[in-house]
Design a protein. Structure first.
Lengths: 114, 113
C-alpha cells in the first residue's frame, strides 16, 4: 500500500515570496500524484496532477509541482504567493492499475502574511 | 460550483435525531465517496461506491448508513450520533480509472449536540 507524507503542518510566508510545500510518497509500485487545495469552509479542489510524461506539472493559480522518482517526492511550488493563496493543501496518490482509492497526506496549512 | 452538490451545507442535530446528507453529481462519474474531515485530523475515507455497489466500508460505525440509488446520487443516513461525530463530511466523485482524480463537493458541516 502507498502512503503520503506532508512533513510541514504549517507554512507561514510573506506575500510575494516564493513557497514550496513538501510531499513524499512511499510505494513499491508506480503511482499517480495529485495536489488539492481547500479554502475555508469549502471542499477540496484539484490544483494539478502527475500521470506520466514531463516531470514538471503546471496547475491552476500559478502553482507547479515536480515529480522526482528517485527521491519519491512531489513538491508543490509557487514563485510569488498572494494573500488569496492562504488555504490548506493536500497531496494525494493512487497506485496505477490498482483501483481508484486516493491516499491523502495530512495537509499543509499555508498562511500568507502581509 | 464544482459539479458535486452537497446538501445541507450546515446541520445541527441532537444525538437522538435521524437525518440524511445528500450528494449529487451530474458529471457522468461512476464512483462516489464519503469522507470525514475532523479538526486536526487527516481526511478519513468512510465509504466507496463503484457503479452503485459499495466496494469499501472503512470500519465505519453502523450509526452511519450510506445509500447509493444510482450513479448520480449518494446519501449518508445518520442516527443516534455522538458529539465526536461532529465534522465536515465531504462527498467526492470520479471516473473509475485512477488518472482523473476526484471532484469534491463543498461539504456538510455537521454539529451533534
Amino acid at each position: 500500500a502507498q502512503s503520503v507524507t506532508q512533513l510541514d503542518s504549517q507554512v507561514p510566508v510573506f506575500e510575494e515570496a516564493p513557497v514550496e510545500l513538501r510531499c513524499n510518497y512511499s510505494s513499491s509500485v508506480s503511482v499517480y500524484l495529485f495536489w488539492y487545495v481547500q479554502y475555508p469552509n469549502q471542499g477540496l479542489q484539484l490544483l494539478l496532477k502527475y500521470l506520466s510524461g514531463s516531470t514538471l506539472v503546471k496547475g491552476i493559480n500559478g502553482f507547479e509541482a515536480e515529480f522526482n522518482k528517485s527521491q519519491t517526492s512531489f513538491h508543490l511550488r509557487k514563485p510569488s504567493v498572494h494573500i488569496s493563496d492562504t488555504a490548506e493543501y493536500f497531496c494525494a496518490a493512487v497506485r496505477t492499475g490498482g483501483g481508484n482509492k486516493l491516499t491523502f497526506g495530512t495537509g499543509t496549512q499555508l498562511k500568507v502574511e502581509l | 460550483e464544482t459539479g458535486v452538490t452537497q446538501t445541507p451545507r450546515h446541520l445541527v442535530m441532537g444525538m437522538t435525531n435521524k437525518k440524511s446528507l445528500k450528494c449529487e453529481q451530474h458529471l457522468g462519474h461512476n464512483a462516489m465517496y464519503w469522507y470525514k474531515q475532523s479538526a486536526k485530523k487527516p481526511l478519513e475515507l468512510m465509504f466507496v461506491y463503484n457503479f452503485k455497489e459499495q466496494t469499501e466500508n472503512n470500519s465505519v460505525p453502523s450509526r452511519f448508513s450510506p445509500e447509493c440509488p444510482n450513479s448520480s446520487h449518494l446519501f449518508l443516513h445518520l442516527h443516534t450520533l455522538q458529539p465526536e461525530d461532529s465534522a465536515l463530511y465531504l462527498c467526492a466523485s470520479s471516473q473509475p480509472g485512477q488518472g482523473a482524480g476526484y471532484t469534491f463537493g463543498s461539504g456538510t458541516r455537521l454539529t451533534v449536540v
